[in-house]
Design a protein around this ligand. Structure first.
Ligand code: ADP
Ligand code: MG
Length: 377
């Protein structure tokens, strides 16, 4: 990172920061409903080498963005003005300034092992790496969760993506060997020990390598549907409904909103169940919860796709304990929980099924819970 930075900007960086991607074990589309989620950080991460500038310029370079250095002025950052990948790091600087932190310019070089657009939160990894770099360089002394919310603000307000806070909180606050139990409304999180390998299990990521365009507008529409349902029910958010309230809610809502509500309510309950099982050391009990979560996203929220369904069904048919799509939907990645001894056969079966269906070959890799964002040099 230091050599690349030197080559691009002509002087060395002041430091290097890292922030991971994530997979969400359970709790999908619950964050913007004030609910619960249970992500882990993955070993794949984004690095940012950074050096402050005194002249108010923000210069951005990425090993993954094949364009030249993006050259901006921090006092002229306005929402929507940057339409390339630079919107994510520039958005972080914008969000810090909006929040009243008088930060100036910097040179930033980015490099990442998180595949972009695979549902593994490369955008949050990028935002968090930049936020942590600025926090240290400009002596802001913000907490990890405050920096995560700056990243979310950047994505919502500057890049124009109406995401909840789960991705950024996962990248900023996760710790190695644990899943992060998020309670979005309370603004609280707890580390839940999660070590599949210690119990002879493995968590496999299947990156389907498809991203259906439908996803962009659909996310905002689903979020709006959830918010409308909460308003019609007189609630602050769908978080306030329990599974016992569902039949009453069903009669009070237009038919098209009912499955959305059912997903969010049952999904919050699945997070709570999953946390109980993990606390009791019953890791295998997570399997059926994952599979139920997938069915809910497929049938009620309707954001799966044939590739993700094929990966889940094939994994289950070959002995997986559970499997589900993870992330915002319409492609991206599937996670599979399996006994270690089954993983190879499951991977081979998924790859063969994709080949037989004429889909491009998926990328398969095991993950274990990794550390959250931090300074590394
Ligand atoms: P995900 O977060 O699931 O990977 P998103 O669509 O939310 O998918 O974010 C992907 C976008 O984030 C990319 O299209 C790019 O604009 C930006 N991005 C992520 N990582 C990098 C990187 N290392 N370099 C440049 N841009 C990046
Ligand atoms: Mg993203």
């Amino acid at each position: 990172m230091t050599e690349a930075f030197l080559r691009i900007f002509g002087a060395g960086p002041e430091g290097v920061w890292a922030a991971p991607g994530r997979v969400n074990l359970i709790g999908e589309h619950t964050d913007y409903n004030d609910g619960f989620a249970l992500p882990i950080a993955i070993p794949q991460h984004t690095l940012v080498a950074a050096r402050r500038r005194q002249d108010g310029r923000l210069r951005l370079h990425s090993a993954q963005g094949d364009g030249p250095v993006i050259d901006l002025r921090v006092d002229r950052l306005t929402a929507g003005a940057v339409t390339t990948w630079g919107a994510y790091p520039a958005g972080v600087v914008w969000a810090l300034r909006e929040a009243g932190h008088p930060v100036g310019g910097a040179d930033l070089h980015v490099d990442s092992t998180v595949p972009a657009g695979a549902g593994l939160s490369s955008s949050a990894a990028l935002e968090c790496a930049v936020a942590f770099a600025y926090n240290d360089l400009y002596g802001l002394d913000l907490s990890a969760s405050a920096l995560a919310l700056i990243g979310q603000r950047a994505e919502n307000g500057f890049a124009g993506v109406p995401c909840g806070a789960m991705d950024q909180l996962a990248s900023a606050c996760c710790t190695a060997g644990a899943a992060l139990h998020l309670d979005i409304r309370a603004g609280a999180h707890q580390q839940i020990p999660f070590a599949p390998q210690a119990q002879g299990m493995s968590l496999l990521v299947v990156d389907t390598r498809v991203k259906h365009d439908l996803g962009d507008g659909a996310y905002a529409a689903l979020r709006a549907g959830c918010e409308q349902a909460a308003r019609l029910l007189g609630l602050a958010a769908l978080r306030d409904l329990t599974p016992a309230d569902l039949s009453r809610a069903g009669t009070a809502l237009p038919a098209h909103l009912v499955p959305l509500v059912r997903h969010v309510v049952t999904e919050n309950a699945r997070v709570t169940d999953a946390v109980s099982h993990l606390r009791a050391g019953h890791l295998a009990a997570l399997g059926p919860i994952l599979t139920d979560g997938h069915a809910s996203l497929r049938d009620d929220f309707r954001i799966s796709c044939t590739e993700s369904d094929l990966a889940v069904d094939t994994a289950l048919a070959h002995g997986a304990l559970g499997a589900r799509m993870t992330g915002g939907g319409f492609g991206g990645s599937v996670i599979v929980l399996a006994q270690e001894g089954r993983v190879e056969a499951i991977g081979a079966a998924v790859t063969a099924a994709f080949r037989a269906a004429g889909y491009q070959a998926p990328h398969l890799f095991p993950v274990s819970p990794a550390a959250g964002a931090r300074r590394i040099a």
